[in-house]
Design a protein around this ligand. Structure first.
Ligand code: APR
Length: 394
């Protein structure tokens, strides 16, 4: 996206309430070399943007966004940027893939932290050596020291273990809950303004635990699952119909597990509902394959589970947040009455932007769909209760 040299007339800015400090910064900027790097964590500028938006509409919004970049560059010297920072906890398959996609999309500097010595350092060094080829300037570091994660914009939690033969679901729940609790405590202390994305399984339960542990507003604790489950459904629809996956949209809600709820009627190929393009039997087959999407990969890999699509899904959410895109994405979010669900993290359609989860969108569902969603949420609640018993108290 190239922008021609731009001159900002500061008079209207002054009129709309920008203060003495900001106006001269904006005044000096006539050309914005890299508008991709929109750095938005300064709430201040956004408050100003909102003010202007109310008064003059979208043109002012666009202007002020450029001014925002300009002011930051100016404040830090020529070519200086405040780069976003993403911490990924866990340098295993999923964590490393998240780091790689976030950097390859040129979204942020990345800190990968793990208890294993050498693994995060080695993997991020390898990624740094891919950067000249992939063409980004994001800095990636691997570490065993949480101090390096300080002031992150986003914290992604992928630390945990996979279920091993002979291990019960409760064993896994207890081990991962202890890991996630420890990780959440350590990271939130150093990055109290961050938005948390939880990936560790059982995902909806771990997201609830992250929220409880960090004590952050629910808007800043989100679980990644709906994006992945929907991407799987999209991929299967694409394989079935032979159309470009770019044209395929799909919506999968509910918990990330056997009770996920794919919504064929909200799934389409460039606006054409898939119910017009496939028989109900074929749709049901794809729905079933989506539900078993993770298990199908586990059975092929024999050891370990999926990581490319999970990693890409997290990077997609990171992008929506850092670029304040207001994307409508299915994510594990805290339901406080929406869809008749209360006090549970479950996959619902939500708007993601710079403040995290901006709102849950309530779609009109049939009684049958609502029942499926409730069943899914009930099973998550049972797991949360079980986790609480195992942890004694969260
Ligand atoms: N602190 C930091 N890192 C930890 C901790 C801890 N307390 N405990 C474990 N880890 C690290 C491990 O050392 C390992 O590097 O978490 C990483 C997990 O990586 P993998 O075993 O490769 O697991 P992965 O496939 O990445 O999956 C991670 O995401 O999708 C989910 O179900 C999946 O819960 C699992 C998680």
């Amino acid at each position: 996206m190239d922008h021609p040299p731009t001159f900002i007339d500061v008079k209207p800015l002054r009129r709309f309430g920008l203060d003495k400090k900001t106006v001269p910064l904006i005044q000096h900027i006539q050309y914005f070399p890299n508008p991709h790097r929109v750095f938005t964590e300064l709430d201040y500028f956004f408050r100003q943007t909102e003010l202007m938006l109310k008064q003059t509409g979208t043109r002012a919004l666009a202007m002020l966004r450029f001014a925002n970049i300009a002011a930051r560059e100016q404040a830090q010297g020529p070519g200086g940027f405040v780069v976003n920072k993403v911490t990924v906890v866990g340098s295993g398959f999923v964590g490393a893939t998240v780091a790689q996609y976030v950097a390859d999309k040129d979204l942020a500097d990345v800190v990968v932290v793990d208890i294993l010595e050498g693994i995060p350092q080695g993997k991020t060094l390898d990624m740094m050596q891919a950067a000249p080829i992939n063409g980004h300037d994001c800095n990636l570091i691997g570490t065993n020291d949480y101090a390096d994660t300080k002031n992150s914009d986003i914290v992604v939690i992928t630390a945990g273990i996979a279920r091993k033969p002979g291990m019960s679901r409760d064993d896994l729940l207890k081990i991962n809950a202890n890991i996630v609790k420890e990780v959440a405590e350590k990271t939130v202390k150093l990055s109290p303004d961050a938005i948390f994305i939880c990936v560790t399984n059982p995902l909806d339960v771990m997201t609830y635990l992250t929220w409880k542990t960090t004590k952050l507003p629910t808007s800043r604790v989100i679980g990644m699952a709906g994006v992945l489950d929907s991407a799987r459904f999209q991929a299967f629809i694409g394989m079935e119909l032979g159309y470009s996956v770019e044209d395929i949209k799909a919506m999968v809600l509910g918990g990330h597990g056997d009770l996920m709820v794919p919504f064929p009627r909200f799934s389409s190929v460039n606006g054409v509902p898939i119910t017009e393009l496939m028989t109900p039997e074929r749709i049901q087959a794809l729905v079933a394959r989506t539900r078993d999407g993770g298990a199908e990969i586990v059975s092929l890999l024999k050891s370990g589970s999926a990581y490319y699509a999970p990693g890409a899904s997290v990077a997609h959410m990171v992008e929506a947040i850092l670029k304040d895109k207001n994307r409508l994405l299915p994510c594990a979010v805290y339901a406080d009455g929406e869809y008749g669900l209360k006090d549970v993290y479950v996959g619902l359609p939500a708007v993601l932007g710079r403040e995290g989860m901006k709102k849950i969108v309530e779609l009109k569902l049939t009684a049958e769909e609502l029942a499926a969603l409730k069943k899914s949420a009930d099973s998550i609640k049972e797991n949360v209760d079980q986790m609480n018993k195992l942890l004694v108290a969260v």
